[in-house]
Design a protein around this ligand. Structure first.
Ligand SMILES: Cc1ncc(COP(=O)(O)O)c(C=O)c1O
Length: 509
């Protein structure tokens, strides 16, 4: 059985001593030193900091040991299987990190003259074209910082399109299936649309008749994830696209689940007009923990003119930033997007090539189906919406029978899995499955790792019937055991920074 390290590690502010240093700044080059002189004199006095910031002062070895100990109390995609459904937590090759961290790239500044940043402009130009090719869209914008940010851009593009067609104010509704991720209705609402929730059919897919009954002259668009969050491919996608387009709406593709389709099917060919890609799921950067990410958006030809500026263009010799797009919605993010994450995607695509990406997608499907087959008959678990098999990249099981039989819930299974040295799957999502366990092993899990996961779930099911206390009180073997999750996310108790924590403490005394 797994046993996680547990250190009584203070916060970094309580380590070190005044005057300790872990880093020696290089001496300024002579020429620069002469021309710059005293740095303070270059900063207007009104902008000079009055008090020194309270920063921890530590030696290099203290810093390394502090973060090593913290990492030993953590679990990441580098530790083992991380089957967080719809998050595509794969192992990401380290070569991508090395390339993205190269000083020639990381030292670049977005205000540099175009002629001095031709290399990075070329990389971004090529990446846009590759993503365009992979998604079957006309043009791609790299700016958005995450999937949800891409959704916001997508829904703002719907607005721009409606405005130019003179339909703004008439088409006020965006349709979202009840299996969608919460960011879909949130993004549509932020963009000012009313959200119409579409109940899934008995097979877990879009109910075409239900869709027909909700589209109208008010429909601005439909947001769809394909494969959907049950891991099911929307088999009627052709008809769905026709219904939405004939009603005058646009079809939006939530690309969170694009991984299994790469090189096989393209959203643009399915009829989608706007497509976001979660770079941090599919292309070489781990998802989760709040970032960093990138959510490029691809669009069909008629929507290209609305994309944010600047656009990177080439005259065949040089790359340029083009701001001359009168119908652009403006900017969605500073400069050109999250360049380091985009660089990792560039390296990932280049190293795998088209065939490699396709193979990765295929193995992700194989792995998800292996897990599904092994677990769907485990005592206490069921496979809802079991009509369509195989699944794509993920499968969603329900622990409802286990809850009825033993009182053990999906969250208890998730917590107990931590004791087996495994990360838990996504739980309680999609909302249409009670006691949902949403498992996405990705292509980077080998058979031994998949078997370890399957065996652990089987043992937990056995424990639930024979020694439920063991599962109810899990995890036992981790650095931190049961957390008060309500307290952790309650605005009254949540402290987002050390300074905030200290303020709270002093207010109490
Ligand atoms: C299906 C789906 N859509 C959209 C998102 C939002 O993506 P992001 O977290 O990059 O904002 C997620 C996030 O996990 C998701 O699973």
């Amino acid at each position: 059985m797994y046993k996680q390290a547990s250190w009584d590690e203070p916060v970094v502010f309580n380590l070190g001593k005044s005057g300790r240093r872990g880093h020696i700044l290089p001496r300024a080059e002579e020429g620069i030193a002469e021309s710059v002189g005293n740095m303070d004199s270059l900063i207007p006095s009104s902008m000079l900091r009055q008090n020194r910031p309270r920063l921890p002062e530590l030696s290099e070895v203290e810093v390394v040991r502090h973060f090593t100990r913290l990492s030993e109390m953590n679990y990441g995609a580098d530790s083992g299987l991380y089957p967080l459904g719809s998050c595509t937590m794969k192992y990401n090759p380290k070569i991508n990190e090395v390339l993205a961290g190269m000083q020639t790239l990381s030292d670049l500044h977005p205000y540099q003259d175009e002629s001095t940043v031709q290399g990075i402009l070329r990389i971004m130009y090529d990446l846009e074209r590759w993503l365009s090719e992979l998604t079957g869209t006309h043009e791609v914008c790299l700016q958005p910082a995450a999937g949800a940010h891409g959704e916001l851009l997508g829904t703002l593009l719907m607005h721009a399109c409606l405005k130019s067609n003179g339909e703004r104010g008439k088409r006020t509704e965006v349709i979202v299936p009840d299996s969608a991720h919460g960011t879909n209705p949130a993004s549509a609402t932020m963009a000012g649309f009313n959200v119409i929730v579409l109940p899934s059919g008995t097979d877990g897919c879009i109910d075409v008749e239900a869709l027909k009954s909700v589209v109208s002259e008010k429909t601005a668009g439909l947001m769809l994830t394909n494969p959907n969050t049950l891991g099911l491919f929307e088999k009627n996608i052709g008809e769905i696209a026709k219904i939405v387009h004939e009603a005058g709406g646009l079809l939006y593709y939530d690309g969170a689940n694009l991984n299994p389709l790469l090189g096989r099917v393209r959203p643009g060919d399915m009829g989608f007009d706007i497509v976001h890609i979660n770079i941090h799921k599919t292309f070489g950067t781990p998802h989760g923990g709040g970032g960093p990410g990138a959510g490029p958006v691809g669009v069909s030809e008629s929507l290209s003119k609305f994309l944010p500026v600047p656009r990177i263009v080439s005259d065949g010799k040089q790359y340029h930033l083009d701001y001359d797009r009168p119908q652009s919605i403006g900017k969605i993010r500073g400069f050109y997007g999250n360049v380091a994450v985009l660089l990792k995607a560039y390296a990932y695509i280049l190293s795998l090539g088209f065939e490699g990406l396709k193979e990765a997608g295929e193995i992700s499907v194989l792995n998800a189906n292996y897990i599904m087959k092994k677990l769907m008959h485990v005592r206490g678990l069921t496979l809802p919406y079991d009509g369509q098999k195989p699944r794509k990249h993920e499968c969603v099981l329900s622990a409802k029978p286990l809850k009825t039989d033993t009182g053990i819930t999906a969250v208890n299974i998730a917590k107990r899995l931590l004791d087996y040295g495994l990360h838990a799957p996504t739980i309680y999502f999609p909302l249409i499955v009670e006691e949902a366990l949403m498992i996405e092993p990705t292509e980077t899990a080998d058979k031994e790792e998949l078997d370890r996961f399957v065996d652990a779930v089987m043992e937990i099911s056995e424990e639930a019937y024979t020694k439920p206390e063991e599962v109810l009180k899990a995890p036992h073997n981790t650095a931190v055991t049961r957390l008060d999750e309500v307290k952790a996310s309650h605005p009254k108790t949540m402290a987002l920074s050390w300074r905030m924590h200290l303020k709270r403490q002093s207010a109490k005394t």
